[in-house]
Design a protein around this ligand. Structure first.
Ligand code: LCS
Length: 397
């Protein structure tokens, strides 16, 4: 699907498989080794002191750096097109590091109003006493983004397509606004992955992922990644080392393994989701559907401009509202009633009462997370089985 070339004139798919490290240098092994060591021996006392002065010069202690997590850093940085990356124990730990690293008391962050419920919860609960003023803006309205920025503002944080409404934000326009005000632009690229969307090409400074989702792909790990250019390394590295929310070498290894099939999985997620979306759009029980690959999506053109595929996420509103949604979710058999997304399994859930239950009633309505909204993460089962399952569940409504 992607025709992008790497600096070695290889296709993007080859970079996904190999990254910068085709073989384990020590052994020639095709699979990278897992280095579980918590601590690493120094050759002598001077070397220990030298590594403490410059922790990037060698391995000291796994909270500070680990060979397996470093391979993962190299890989995600290469895939997103940046020079550096850091790995975190979860997407939430990664988001927290960005907020706390770049803003403090008396400063402000402009944030998209439609965002993962956990990010909303972090801001409304844990960060309520941080002294950081979070300014919630519908970032599709660029004049409102501009109006929210003043000399206290440090960064703009967006998620596109947004969880769960799939609202699409113009990454290039947001990056340009950030540049104009000399502040950072940050994109949560969890929904698309770098295979389908590369924010760096549109000027984004920092990209983050809940790698728990499509990058891992198999529903068997929780992880967060941030990738950026060298100038942002020191700040974010120190937040990670000081707060300790690191990814374990074992989870880094599973993630490296998952990423090797990213392109194949994403192509099929897109293909299946498009067919499911077309089926849902034509079903009489459906009131509205949001899928970036349907012309009915309000920002269809923008999506086509900044994404190279439409993704695997669909949201829909049923004519029968919340009760109808409950009937559908309780009736499926191929789809699994569970939160999370981006897995090989198709997952169905109810944002207002589940992933986005940290939103107030008012915020839910204002951001379009209606009581009847159902979110579907289309998996890799045979698409006819997914559609038949949804059809028989919808027929009960
Ligand atoms: N960003 C986005 C866009 C997400 O969807 C999630 C989790 C996170 C960040 C946080 O990542 P985590 O700490 O879970 O790795 N989204 C979830 C969801 O929609 N259902 O369950 C988790």
């Amino acid at each position: 699907m992607s025709d992008d070339k790497t600096n070695m004139n290889e296709h993007y798919e080859t970079l996904v498989v190999h990254g910068d490290h085709k073989l384990d240098e020590a052994t020639g092994g095709i699979a990278p080794p897992i280095h579980p060591s918590s601590t690493f021996a120094f050759k002598n006392a001077d070397q220990g002191a030298e590594f403490f002065k410059d922790p990037t010069a060698g391995f000291i202690y796994t909270r500070i750096g680990n060979p397996t997590t470093h391979l993962l850093c190299d890989k995600i940085a290469a895939l997103e097109g940046y020079s550096h990356a850091l790995t975190f124990s979860s997407g939430m730990a990664a988001i927290y590091a960005i907020f706390i690293g770049y803003a403090g008391p008396g400063e402000s962050i402009v944030i998209s109003d439609t965002i993962y419920g956990g990010t909303n919860g972090l801001i409304r609960n844990t960060m309520a006493t941080s002294g950081i003023d979070f300014r919630w803006v519908d970032c599709t309205k660029l004049d409102e983004v501009e109006a929210a920025i003043d000399n206290t503002t440090k960064l703009i944080f967006i998620e596109t397509p947004a969880n769960p409404t799939l609202k699409i934000i113009d990454i290039e326009a947001i990056s340009n606004i950030a540049k104009k005000h000399n502040i950072l632009s940050v994109v949560d690229n969890t929904f698309q992955t770098p295979y389908l969307q590369k924010p760096r090409e549109f000027g984004t400074d920092i990209v983050m992922h809940s790698a728990t989702k499509y990058l891992g792909g198999h529903g068997d790990l929780v992880a967060g990644l941030i990738t950026f250019d060298e100038k942002y390394f020191d700040k974010l590295f120190h937040v990670l080392v000081d707060t300790g929310g690191i990814l374990s070498p074992f989870n880094a290894w599973i993630l490296l393994r998952g990423i090797k099939t990213l392109h194949v999985r994403m192509d099929r997620h897109c293909e299946n989701a498009k067919k499911v979306a077309e089926f849902l759009e034509g079903h009489p029980a459906i009131d509205r559907i949001w899928y970036p690959g349907l012309k009915s999506h309000p920002q269809y053109e923008l999506g086509q401009k900044q994404m190279t595929g439409d993704g695997g996420m669909i949201s829909f509103d049923l004519k029968g509202g919340k009760n109808a949604g409950r009937t559908v979710m309780d009736s499926v058999h191929v789809c699994t009633l569970a939160v999370s997304l981006g897995d090989v399994d198709t997952l169905i859930q109810h944002p207002a009462s589940m992933t986005h239950s940290s939103y107030s009633e008012k915020d839910l309505l204002e951001t379009g997370i209606t009581p009847g909204l159902v979110r579907l993460s289309v998996g890799l089962e045979h698409v006819d089985d997914i559609i038949d399952d949804l059809k028989s569940a919808l027929d009960k409504v």
